[in-house]
Design a protein around this ligand. Structure first.
Ligand code: FAD
Ligand code: SIN
Length: 541
């Protein structure tokens, strides 16, 4: 068992920002960051477009950024949270710049501001088309300055340690005391006990297989929090990015940044029509839910697997300069932007819901915080406005830091952690894990994607439940490796997405159910009863 003051799970923008702040303030205390792959691997590293914040008060205002965020969120944002995050944005960006982040500037030295879907003004701060890499680089360089930060790459957080057993009757007393960890290189299992634990474990894109997210985005933190009985909210709101590169495969897809549409690229269908003109006044720069559904509908109508992004009318010298990564990647895929259109499709990109936190990043469990994409703060509502998520991670890392700063002097929770010893045989069948993972991803793509309906969701619920049952049985019989732990977490997340989808009665933002528009109250009730019976059955098993 290892003891630390602060445990952070995840080394993306959320986890590293918090680590830097805690280490700087509490030089006598220890901050441990565990992360399951190399230290830079994260959604953060692949962020392209940038970070939204109001810097040009002559042409933009907090009010306009707030309004754009509320519009994208389709009535489900928490307005106070939106105001707090957006007004804090410029300060957090200045802090990141003071730590060494380089963002693109104009000839007058002022930040060069880009535009993306749903934004009424130019306000996206960026580093060419590799903003996330710059953020990750800056933060990893910064943490090296603090001797009291220890980062453990290739360490997998399996579950949270809580005193739930001692507090079965009073859930309000349940506190988090750290996490159960596996060293992925040595295969050793151990516990890290901490006074304050933060989940900063990122997104869930891998649950769909076809995603812009890297392999690490398997929803582990959300599944861990849910198993520990923390509250989780709005899991039905999956954001599908409209323009992932289409290569006919269903794995991780290279993102074609929305900033390229902000720069003037057009979406065209197979017949060459600029179809967004028929769907929304903002055309290619409507919010992502609208553009993704429009693409889905064009693909169905024309029986074609993708649509296209046309850059041929744009100034190629400027484009190359602003989007070098996209330009080069397209070349490597034999797409010459001067004359070829880029084949694109929507792909799972971002989870708007997650572990429920208050305005200080506190979850419903004592001493457990959540930050960044794994959390639900109320900022995004039913659909995230582009480039608001790195912003959220930076602002909430600061909120958690400030809260902990006030509370750190409080007596530490009395801990009675039992260390799990696992003498079971290791599960060895790698092919079976892969097959089950592929099956889960296929179910989620086919039955819980951009456009859903109740029948499909019910099919998904039954099939995912079967996978869940199989995995829970294996869990009792074998020692797991990280691939199996990830699969277990992905199945848990899929169950949450389906359950929350089945209970959402109206279409909002990123959640669209074809049946909702035509459902009678009676049918809605029968579906709710069906969901309830499924949950009761699952609980009995
Ligand atoms: P992440 O950066 O994903 O970090 C999560 C960390 O947790 C990783 O280090 C991971 O390895 C670790 N982890 C996960 N599970 C475990 C476990 N069980 N044990 C130990 N460690 C674990 N947002 C914007 O605002 N602007 C953009 O331009 C933008 N572009 C994007 C482009 C792409 C291609 C993608 C995929 C996302 C983009 N986003 C963008 C979204 C944004 O990048 C993410 O929402 C944000 O980076 C999340 O940061 P995070 O720190 O919460 O999580
Ligand atoms: C993009 O560059 O299109 C992604 C931006 C985001 O997800 O916020």
């Amino acid at each position: 068992m290892i003891k630390t003051d602060f445990l952070i799970i995840g080394s993306g923008a959320a986890g590293l920002t918090l680590a830097v702040k805690l280490a700087a303030k509490f030089s006598h205390k220890k901050v441990m960051v565990v992360t399951k792959a190399g230290q830079a691997e994260s959604n953060t590293k692949y962020a392209q477009g940038g970070i939204a914040a109001v810097f040009n008060l002559k042409k933009d205002s907090y009010q306009q950024h707030i309004q754009d965020t509320l519009n994208a969120g389709d009535g489900l944002c928490d307005k106070k949270v939106v105001e707090m995050v957006i007004k804090n944005g410029p300060l957090r960006l200045k802090e990141l710049i003071s730590w060494g982040a380089n963002f693109d500037t104009n000839s007058n030295g002022k930040l060069n501001l880009g535009k993306e879907g749903g934004h009424s003004k130019y306000r996206i701060i960026h580093h060419k088309d590799t903003t996330g890499n710059e953020v990750e680089r800056t933060l990893l360089a910064r943490i090296k300055k603090f001797k009291n930060i220890e980062i453990l790459p290739h360490h997998f957080a399996i579950d949270l340690l809580t005193n739930v057993l001692q507090n079965k009757k009073n859930s309000k007393k349940v506190a988090c005391q750290g996490a159960y960890i596996m060293d992925q290189i040595s295969g050793d299992f151990f516990t890290i006990q901490a006074d304050f634990t933060t989940l900063a474990s990122g997104g869930i894109g891998q649950v769909y297989g076809h995603t812009t997210n890297p392999k690490v985005a398997t929803g582990d933190g959300i599944a861990m929090a849910y198993r520990a009985k923390a509250k989780v909210k709005d899991m039905e709101f999956i954001q599908f990015h409209p323009t992932a590169f289409y290569d006919g495969k269903n794995g991780v897809s290279f993102l074609i940044s929305e900033a390229l549409r902000g720069f003037g690229a057009y979406l065209r269908n197979k017949n060459g029509e600029r179809f967004m003109l028929n769907y929304d006044m903002r055309t290619e720069l409507a919010s992502r839910d609208i553009v993704s559904r429009a693409i889905h509908s064009e693909m169905k109508k024309l029986k074609h697997n993708n649509v296209y992004l046309d850059c041929t009318h744009l100034n190629m010298d400027d484009l190359r300069l602003k989007f070098p990564n996209i330009y080069q990647t397209c070349i490597s895929k034999n797409i010459d932007l001067k004359k070829d259109w880029i084949p694109v499709v929507p792909a799972a990109h971002y989870l708007c819901g997650g572990i429920m936190v208050d305005k200080n990043g506190k979850t419903s469990l004592k001493n457990l915080f959540a930050c960044g994409e794994c959390s639900y703060t109320g900022l995004h509502g039913a659909n995230r406005l582009a480039s608001n998520s790195l912003l959220e991670a930076l602002v909430y890392a600061d909120r958690i830091f400030k809260y902990v700063n006030k509370k750190a002097a409080l007596p530490h929770p009395v801990s009675s952690v039992t260390i799990k010893t696992n003498n079971l045989p290791t599960y060895q069948n790698a092919n079976s894990i892969l097959q089950q993972k592929i099956k889960l991803q296929r179910i989620m793509r086919n039955y819980a994607g951009v456009v859903r309906n109740y029948n499909d969701l019910k099919i998904a619920a039954l099939q995912v439940e079967k996978l869940h049952k199989t995995l829970e049985k294996l869990f009792q019989e074998y020692k797991f490796n990280s691939a199996l732990y990830e699969l277990r977490n992905m199945v848990e997340v899929a169950r949450l997405i389906i359950e929350h989808s089945l209970t959402r009665k109206e279409n909002k933002g990123g959640y669209f159910n074809k049946d909702n528009a035509i459902l009678s109250q009676r049918k809605t009730e029968s579906i709710l009863n069906w969901t309830l019976s499924l949950k009761t059955k699952a609980a009995k098993k």
